[in-house]
Design a protein around this ligand. Structure first.
Ligand SMILES: Cc1cc2nc3c(=O)[nH]c(=O)nc-3n(C[C@H](O)[C@H](O)[C@H](O)COP(=O)(O)OP(=O)(O)OC[C@H]3O[C@@H](n4cnc5c(N)ncnc54)[C@H](O)[C@@H]3O)c2cc1C
Length: 465
């Protein structure tokens, strides 16, 4: 995958970013249709990505305990170095397959999941996850889409979805409020909408986005759209948590690509008679970036391993996963933007010009701290988990071996932590955990380098002394 990403996907990604998807709203006879047209470069990237089996391998046994979870994400990391846009549909497809496998009916597992887990474009269906409405994304409990049960027991959905990535997916999970189901997220349920030949499903328009332009994000109207019930809101949170992990993997990919692009450049570029990399300040800057990359990777893959173990039935890993997921997403998503920016600055003027992949990388990176929950929303999620389940004690136990004094300080301040201070506190917890992972992986030199650097969840702050 590394070789294919570098040689094939990277040039295709540049084309697919330039030649964006287009919504076709009418057929030649003027009949209303909604079809998204993609450049062949995007289709070729799909063939490479789905064809690699990075999703299919997880479902070959219908048993999530398989090491294929880590392998699938490792392939995704390499792929996302070349193309972050399409990594979102891959995530959605895996997410719908996972939710249906765990919560769906026998019929859905037998007839929908095989399409979602196919590596063959002829039989492949892709997935989507439509929660966000005009009323809000973070506050998903404000959803207004209504699900109504028909006399024959089937469901119909009515409403508007405001941000729908991979908008022309064939199998989409949609949140909707059930008549009389109550307020907030408690009144929401998760439905499967099969969009092919669905008379109630229409795409209104595609969004003009800053980045991840190869992939189509649109607005959708559901008008008496036939849907199948999958489960409560909890089914959707399963997908949401998986997508947060995908986000962390994408962030690692974007950071990794920026690191390698800058390295390649500064090893060759001569300034004042020497390659840039030989000047001490440039070298320090570069190794700071590389340290962030390795630390982000270790945190992300530690979380993925927790997912793999949790899926295999390990209850303590399942608890740990609930805390590590918002932390890994929050930290890596937030870091992606300054890391790409720093790499661009290392390259200098040529890094700012569109012939370089770095401008696209910077545009793509900026979505990573926003979608799948903004940083503040993830901090709140982590806080909730810690207060409810005391999960931070599991991290403390691991960190304390290497950083006893700092762990005691964190434990002391947790008791009096209020919401307004939570970002700095999570920043310290996450950084200490990353340092622990670096030490355990015998990357002490990177740990030394990062020990005095905050993660940047608190912009401009120096939380370490
Ligand atoms: C390119 C793109 C694609 C997307 N694709 C999808 C998709 O496929 N499916 C989907 O469902 N959604 C999708 N989204 C939506 C995305 O998940 C939301 O934009 C995101 O969750 C934030 O929601 P919002 O935009 O409504 O902002 P809001 O929820 O209105 O948030 C505005 C601000 O308020 C802050 N905030 C909110 N609550 C609190 C609080 N309690 N305390 C402190 N601060 C708070 C937020 O952090 C943010 O800074 C996509 C978004 C983008 C940009």
């Amino acid at each position: 995958m590394g070789e294919r990403a570098a040689k094939e996907v990277a040039p295709l990604a540049a084309v697919a970013d330039r030649e964006r998807p287009r919504l076709v709203t009418h057929d030649p006879r003027g009949e209303r249709i909604c079809r998204v047209e993609y450049h062949p470069a995007y289709r070729e990237m799909e063939r490479i990505a789905y064809g690699s089996g990075m999703i299919a391998m997880k479902y070959t046994t219908h048993d999530f305990s398989h090491a294929s979870t880590v392998t699938g994400f490792a392939l995704g990391y390499l792929f996302a170095m070349a193309e972050a846009g399409l990594y979102c549909p891959l995530c959605m497809t895996d997410g719908v397959a996972r939710v249906l496998t765990r919560h769906g009916t026998h019929e859905q597992v037998m007839h929908v999941v095989p399409h979602l887990t196919s590596s063959d474009p002829a039989t492949l269906w892709t997935g989507g996850m439509f929660l966000t409405e005009r009323a809000g994304g973070s506050d998903v409990g404000a959803n207004e889409t209504i699900a109504t049960k028909q006399s024959d027991g089937t469901w119909r959905l009515n409403g508007h979805k405001w941000f729908c990535s991979n908008v022309d997916a064939q199998a989409v999970l949609v949140t909707a409020r059930v008549d009389g189901g109550g307020e907030g997220t408690r009144g929401l349920r998760t439905f499967l909408v099969l969009t092919r030949d669905n008379p109630g499903f229409s795409i209104e328009r595609l969004k003009e986005k800053l980045g991840v332009r190869s992939m189509a994000t649109g607005e959708v109207t559901l008008r008496d759209a036939p849907a199948e019930e999958v489960g409560g809101f909890g089914a959707m949170t399963d997908m949401l948590n998986l997508s947060r992990l995908y986000n962390a993997v994408a962030a690692c990919g974007v950071i990794g690509r920026a690191v390698y692009e800058s390295r390649h450049y500064i090893e060759r570029r001569q300034v004042f008679g020497r390659p840039v990399i030989e000047w001490p300040l440039a070298q320090e800057t570069f190794f700071d970036l590389e340290a962030e990359h390795i630390a982000a990777l270790l945190l992300t893959f530690e979380t993925i391993e927790a997912l793999q173990r949790a899926d295999a039935g390990d209850a303590s890993c399942a608890r740990l996963l609930r805390l590590l997921t918002p932390i890994a997403k929050g930290v890596t998503g937030k870091l992606a933007v300054p890391c790409v920016s720093e790499a661009m600055e290392l390259v200098g003027g040529n890094g700012y010009i569109e012939e370089s992949p770095l401008p696209r990388l910077l545009r793509d990176a900026q979505v990573l701290p926003i979608w799948e929950g903004t940083t503040n929303i993830l901090v709140l999620d982590a806080l909730r988990v810690m207060h409810k389940d005391g999960t931070h004690e599991m991290l403390f136990a691991r960190i304390r071996k290497h950083f006893p004094r700092e762990t005691d300080a964190l434990a002391y301040t947790f008791a009096m932590l209020d919401e307004g201070d939570a970002r700095g506190w999570i920043d310290r917890l996450a950084r200490l955990f990353q340092l622990t992972l670096l030490v355990e992986a015998e990357h002490g030199e990177y740990a030394d380098r990062l020990v005095s650097r905050p993660l940047g969840l608190v912009p401009g702050a120096r939380v370490w002394t």
